[in-house]
Design a protein around this ligand. Structure first.
Ligand SMILES: [Zn+2]
Length: 351
């Protein structure tokens, strides 16, 4: 029978000063024992083999730069204990399940998207960089502190974790964040169009109005801070020219919101091809939905508004709802364009 080497079998090595731990060739070393050995800088050597070393990691993030992780991490034992606890294991499995669903639904591509769950006052489990969500494994999950420094795990944490952490710090109810690039919602993020409200009850009750954070380079502090104005009154934000982030206390619900917002945007896009006017839920009925939403403890920026202001934006084919700030900043002055074109035409005709 294979020998199983667990945490209690190796804790004595801490005071021994040994740099190598030799195990029988066919022994099984548990993950917590491996992490502990790594945390005290001891390499595992199986009889007849060379000592195992930490897996090679890319320099920097491999994507938008960012600090490189240490090649031989010295994680603190208290972090290793939390990281290997049954509760952390359950959350890691849930993160992997959400990652797989994001990939299967084509909400992420390449190594895009990330998932995080706050597991302690200062500890957050998250997905690593440079791993497709389609093949994510429990052992790929890492742990960072609330400022983004990695404190456990073999793979390097995503550089986009800072976006999640800003939301978690600004809103204690945001214990779980899901970030992805779902094509239908992202379509709204790469145009001046707002996601129009007041058309499907499920969207109103679970997500509501969708804010749009201005563009910044992903992975930077400035990017992470773009969401700050919206963290309290929304649970879903479009990231301009990038994607979507959703959050909730519960990871499953944060994932639901991603499905709901993309399905809603897909429905709006399909409906806009039908050529018939959109119908909207009346303001008075939206009030009923907002009451249901309150009982679920979900935020909505329209709480406290007059009924007449619940659905400020009426979406119809050819006339999309735009953010007044964006449209005034980016839309060309139509009169000026007409004047220039007219002058050019007159010039050409007079030749
Ligand atoms: Zn992204």
């Amino acid at each position: 029978m294979k020998q199983v080497i667990s945490l209690k079998d190796v804790t004595g090595l801490k005071s021994s000063g040994a740099k190598t731990f030799t195990a029988p060739a066919d022994a099984i070393v548990t993950p917590s024992a491996k992490d502990f050995l790594r945390s005290i800088g001891v390499a595992i050597q199986f009889d007849g083999t060379a000592p195992a070393t930490a897996p090679a990691k890319p320099d920097g993030d491999g994507y938008y730069g960012g600090p490189a992780s240490p090649t031989t991490p010295q994680w603190k034992p208290e972090h290793v204990r939390l990281f290997n606890s049954p509760e952390a294991q359950r959350i890691k499995e849930h993160i992997v399940s959400v990652s797989h669903r994001l990939w299967k639904r084509e909400y992420v591509d390449g190594n895009g998207g990330n998932v995080s769950v706050r597991i302690g006052p200062n500890e957050v489990l998250c997905t690593p960089t440079l791993v497709s969500k389609g093949i994510m494994r429990v052992e790929d999950i890492c742990m960072v502190d609330i400022e983004g420094a990695q404190i456990a795990g073999t793979a390097k944490r995503t550089s986009e974790i800072f976006l999640h952490l800003e939301i978690m710090k600004a809103n204690p109810k945001a214990r779980s964040c899901v970030h992805a690039h779902p094509p239908h919602a992202t379509a709204f993020a790469i145009t001046g169009a707002q996601v129009p409200p007041c058309m499907i009850p499920e969207m109103e009750v679970l997500v509501g109005t969708v804010a749009k954070a201005q563009y910044e380079t992903p992975g930077t502090k400035a990017f992470a801070e773009t969401v700050l104005p919206y963290c309290k009154d929304h649970n879903c934000i479009l990231l301009q020219n990038h994607g979507v982030i959703t959050w909730n206390e519960d990871l499953e619900k944060a994932y639901w919101f991603m499905e709901i917002v993309d399905a809603y945007c897909r429905t709006v896009v399909i409906a806009s091809h039908l050529g018939a006017p959109f119908t909207h839920i009346p303001n008075s009925k939206i009030g009923d939905l907002l009451k249901i939403k309150q009982t679920l403890g979900l935020p909505d920026e329209r709480t406290g508004l007059k009924e007449a202001d619940y659905c400020a934006c009426e979406f119809r084919p050819g006339v999309v709802c735009t953010n007044p700030d964006e449209s005034s900043a980016s839309a060309p002055d139509l009169d000026a364009v007409v004047k220039i074109v007219t002058e050019e035409v007159m010039k050409a005709l007079s030749k």
